[in-house]
Design a protein around this ligand. Structure first.
Ligand code: FMN
Length: 436
């Protein structure tokens, strides 16, 4: 989460709607996620929230008037190297201006000069929103490839009930991550995809105004994705257990990415300290046997299964019902371990109702060969190899570096970067493979 927007430059436009106060939270979320945020306000917005608030939150001077501009924050400099211009809230007035190419203040001039993606989150009284003038303006923007983060329905600040309330900052943040993740993919696969530009291309199809989340891709819609994550704990007695160092971060990031892509996601999780990702159904288990039971329940209805959990290979044969005491006269304690069932193999080797099956290979030595063996032995469609002997990636780290294999060899490699970004790239690859 922390590094999700590292090295991203975002111009946050704030206009004169009552929801301007929510832009403070949005700004904070973007900065917290690593983005370099430059706030650009309209005159009307400054009547709602002070410039200084945004300057403090973003760590940069805030621009308003076009003639106040310095060299560093001119309307051209603001968008150069920007990854996204995000206007939240966007008033009816500013939407109209953008639709007609106005450049009469810093924000409209900046938007007109932008070569990066532009996303706007309209916020206004429901009659203003429903007005054909506003709808026509939005339609124009949609057709030009601008992302519209559609407002929600509910009680508005003016007392009326209807559509026009700006989406919550947390939800807008999610939309921003989704938009920018796709850009990362294009950059990463620059040569492979032969894309002749380093910016996110405009969406190919006009986006629907009625969509609540106007994301560039919803490739997961209609798919059921089952993911296991985290460690398992194998009891020795009521107070002790055998476990491993898995934090669950990679599996949780995958679940979040799959949900963002529109999939119906069930996450079967061993014990972790992580919050359940938004829009994901989580089932908490403890031992390998419990995890297997949960997987069995969902596997036949799943299209994709990703085994990301670090399932204990062995469990204690006879769990002591009472706490084992230190015994006098003996320096050793012998525990008999028995093999746990191989959960991912039980899915990969299914003869019917078999989902597209992806396993993870956390290896410390002879990595590539071990990963390929695992793919074959367990009947996987893909195996994702990460070298956990490297401390800067793998277990407990926020970063990862992975290589993906299928039965023909290497499919793709993602250099060291945040687990969230890796998860987004991996999910898109997995979904595309599963569909073909
Ligand atoms: C208290 C108050 C709240 C307002 N809220 C909104 C709003 O939510 N949406 C909107 O489109 N206009 C709203 N307006 C009207 C805009 O502020 C007005 O249209 C202004 O010209 C917008 O300028 P701007 O687009 O340059 O920020 C509000 C005005 C006031 C006084």
């Amino acid at each position: 989460m922390e590094a999700q927007l590292n090295n991203r430059k975002i111009v946050l436009g704030v206009t004169g709607g009552i929801a301007a106060y929510k832009a403070c939270t949005l700004c904070r979320l973007l900065v917290k996620a690593g983005a370099d945020v430059f706030v650009c306000m309209t005159e009307a917005a400054t009547k709602m929230v002070g410039k200084d608030t945004f300057a403090a939150l973003s760590g940069h001077p805030v621009s308003v008037g076009i003639f106040e501009e310095s060299k560093e924050i001119s309307h051209i400099a603001l968008t150069s190297n920007a990854d996204l211009v995000l206007i939240a809230p966007a008033t009816a007035n500013t939407i109209a201006k953008i639709a007609h190419g106005f450049a009469d203040n810093m924000l409209t001039a900046t938007t007109l000069a932008a070569t990066c993606p532009v996303a706007i989150a309209p916020a206004m009284n429901s009659n203003m929103y429903a007005n054909i003038a506003t709808q026509d303006n939005l339609k124009t923007l949609v057709e030009r490839g601008i992302y519209i983060i559609a407002p929600e329905s509910g009680e508005l600040a003016c007392g009326t009930v209807g559509q026009g309330r700006m989406k919550e900052p947390e939800d807008i943040f999610e939309d921003v991550v989704a938009i920018l993740s796709q850009r990362i993919e294009h950059n990463k696969n620059y040569h492979q995809l032969n894309i002749s530009q380093d910016k996110l291309p405009a969406p190919k199809k006009p986006l629907e105004l009625t969509q609540t989340k106007l994301l560039p891709k919803s490739i997961g819609v209609g798919l059921k994705v089952l993911i296991t994550a985290g460690p398992t704990e194998e009891l020795i007695d009521p107070v002790r257990y055998i476990s491993n160092n898995s934090s669950g971060k990679m599996g949780y990031a995958l679940a979040q990415a799959a949900a963002r892509l529109g999939a119906d996601v069930t996450l079967i999780s061993g014990p972790t300290n992580l919050d359940c990702p938004k829009g994901v159904k989580r089932i908490c288990v403890r031992s390998a046997l419990q995890m297997l039971t949960a997987v069995d329940e969902f596997v036949t209805s799943s299209n994709i299964m990703i085994g990301c959990a670090a399932v204990a290979d062995y469990r204690v044969e006879n769990i002591s019902p009472i706490k084992i005491k230190k015994t006098d006269g003996s320096d050793t304690l012998t525990l008999k371990l028995v093999k746990n069932p191989d959960i991912i193999a039980s899915v990969g080797l299914r003869e019917s109702h078999r989902p597209f099956t992806v396993g993870f290979a956390a290896e410390t030595n002879n990595c590539e060969q071990n990963a390929k063996d695992k793919l074959k032995r367990k009947g996987l469609d893909l195996v994702v190899l990460n070298d956990v002997s490297k401390t800067e990636i793998g277990f407990n780290s926020n970063n990862n570096e992975v290589t993906i294999f299928d039965k023909n060899g290497i499919v793709s490699h993602y250099d060291k970067q945040s687990k969230d970004v890796i998860a987004q790239l991996l999910m898109e690859l997995i979904i595309n493979r599963a569909k073909n």
